[in-house]
Design a protein around this ligand. Structure first.
Ligand code: PEP
Ligand code: MN
Length: 261
């Protein structure tokens, strides 16, 4: 908390990119890695638009066991190829500690909303020397999110990034409700970087831009955005994925916006 450390935590990735404080980090890429062509095309385009980190799920926590479960270790290998080719850092979701050996070359370990209170996983990630992107649980309070972060910090890993990704509410017009208050609240209580995930919050691509702008103005230290080169045929989360062209326009707006705030 701020009482323990009044200064913002700043995390530096292996490629020199920083998150926290005045730094603004944009992570972008598909929900799932689907093929070499897909990830390479998206990686090159988001890099050109100014993203610093490539996202891509390889182990996917799907609601239905019959939905695409991700490419697993093959997906991570494709992310590594994209990292080598573009120089982008990579972030991918880890679902259990036994998968850690596969994540050696992954720069940021993502803990998904569904695993925010997987305490045994959090304890193991506390022993790792890698940044952890901790997503807020589907119905988790701020305190529960902060206590989950504490599990990682208590183990000795101080590189935790908090992520507001929308919560369950009574509203059915969108997949989740972006809790914009979470951004200033978490930043006041905690010294950790806070980013927003407008894609999972909205569930619909047309809301990604306005929610990204709102998160930026609210003080987020960065964004994680789902970008797909063929959203209609995406194997997961196509409805909320924006195209590389839409992402490029969004990045231009964010740059302009950051100049006036
Ligand atoms: C994802 O990032 O694709 C994902 C599954 O996110 P969340 O855990 O926030 O639902
Ligand atoms: Mn997704």
């Amino acid at each position: 908390s701020r009482t323990f450390n009044q200064y913002d935590t700043i995390i530096t990735l292996d490629n020199g990119v920083k998150i926290g404080g005045e730094n603004f980090l944009v992570m972008a890429g598909p929900c799932s890695v689907e093929s070499e062509e897909q990830i390479m095309e998206i990686a090159k385009s988001v890099k050109k638009s100014g993203a610093n980190v490539l996202r891509g799920g390889a182990f996917k926590p799907r609601t239905s066991p019959y939905s695409f479960q991700g490419m697993g270790t093959d997906g991570l290998k494709l992310l590594e190829i994209a990292k080598k080719e573009t120089g982008l850092a990579i972030v991918s979701e880890i679902m259990e500690a036994s998968q850690l050996e596969y994540f050696e070359n992954v720069d940021i370990l993502q803990v998904g909303a569904r695993n925010m209170q997987n305490f045994e996983l959090l304890k193991e990630l506390g022993k790792v020397d890698k940044p952890v992107l901790l997503k807020r649980g589907l119905s988790a309070t701020y305190q529960e999110l902060l206590m989950s972060a504490e599990y990682i910090l208590a183990g000795g890993n101080k590189k935790v990034i908090l992520c507001e990704r929308g919560i369950r509410t009574f509203e059915t017009g969108t997949r989740n409700t972006l809790d914009i208050t979470a951004i200033p609240y978490l930043k006041m209580k905690s010294h950790l970087p806070v980013i927003a995930d407008p894609s999972h919050a909205a569930g619909l691509s047309q809301y990604v831009e306005p929610l990204s702008m709102a998160s930026t103005v609210s003080g987020a230290n960065g964004l994680i955005i789902e970008v797909h080169n063929d959203p209609k045929n995406a194997l997961s989360d196509g409805a909320q994925s924006i195209t590389p062209i839409q992402f490029d326009l969004l990045m231009k707006k964010i740059v302009k916006l950051r100049k006036v705030i």
